[in-house]
Design a protein around this ligand. Structure first.
Ligand code: ADP
Ligand code: MG
Length: 201
């Protein structure tokens, strides 16, 4: 997957750098990569954090799993190969948004460590912040906000992360949230506090 097909292509170097764009926007472009089980709270926390950025005058954008699968990645399913390609494209898009100077939030299960690592490798040092949204499987299943666990248990959805497909936990995430212990607001504050401490906002 993702082999280089085109050969007669040359990189065109522009006049404006990431730093120039950051100066214009008065912020630093970074990727906040949320990963975790379905129902762990990735989307809920990411959108809460985006709201705080907006109120503080920061330009940010959430790339959210299901939304992207309606458009850019509508040709992909949930096989291991398609999951890899899903995350590869999101890694590339997040990188472009980050280069544009935006605070970019991605909300994808992104179950494979190697795929997250590849996304990280696209970024400059310090520009990729992995946020492990931890919540025990039993609690995710109890919440089941989209009714997906129920369908997975009934065998209607195959290859469901945590049930019939693997989730590889992050080994060294920059931030670990525990959404079964902390409220949405508390989780959002942990993210904001980290960014302030690092001088990103
Ligand atoms: N601390 C918390 N953080 C995030 N979500 C929470 C929290 N506590 C309860 N929830 C609930 O859990 C569900 C998480 O769903 P969602 O954000 O769609 O998960 P994901 O995007 O990871 O699949 C929501 O119904 C949300 O209201
Ligand atoms: Mg979600």
């Amino acid at each position: 997957m993702a082999i280089q097909k085109a050969t007669n292509i040359t990189w065109h170097q522009g006049h404006i750098s990431k730093e120039d764009r950051e100066k214009l926007l008065g912020q630093k472009g970074v990727t906040l990569w949320f990963t975790g089980l379905s129902g762990s709270g990735k989307s809920t926390v990411a959108h809460e954090v985006e709201k705080i950025f907006y109120e503080r005058g920061h330009a940010s954008f959430v790339l959210d799993g299901d939304n992207i699968r309606h458009g850019l990645n509508k040709d992909l399913g949930f096989s291991p190969e398609d999951r890899e390609e899903n995350i590869r494209r999101i890694g590339e898009v997040a990188h472009l948004f980050t280069e544009a100077g935006l605070i970019t939030l991605t909300s994808f299960i992104s179950p494979y460590r190697s795929d997250r690592q590849k996304a990280r490798e696209l970024a400059n040092e310090g520009d990729f912040i992995e946020i492990y949204v931890y919540c025990p499987l039993e609690e995710c299943e109890r919440r089941d906000p989209k009714g997906l666990f129920k369908k997975a248990r009934a065998g209607i959805i195959p290859e469901f992360t945590g049930i019939s497909a693997p989730y590889e936990e992050p080994e060294n995430p920059e931030i670990r949230l525990e959404t079964h212990k902390n409220s949405v607001e508390e989780c959002a504050k942990i993210v904001i506090d980290y960014l302030e401490k690092k001088g990103i906002i």
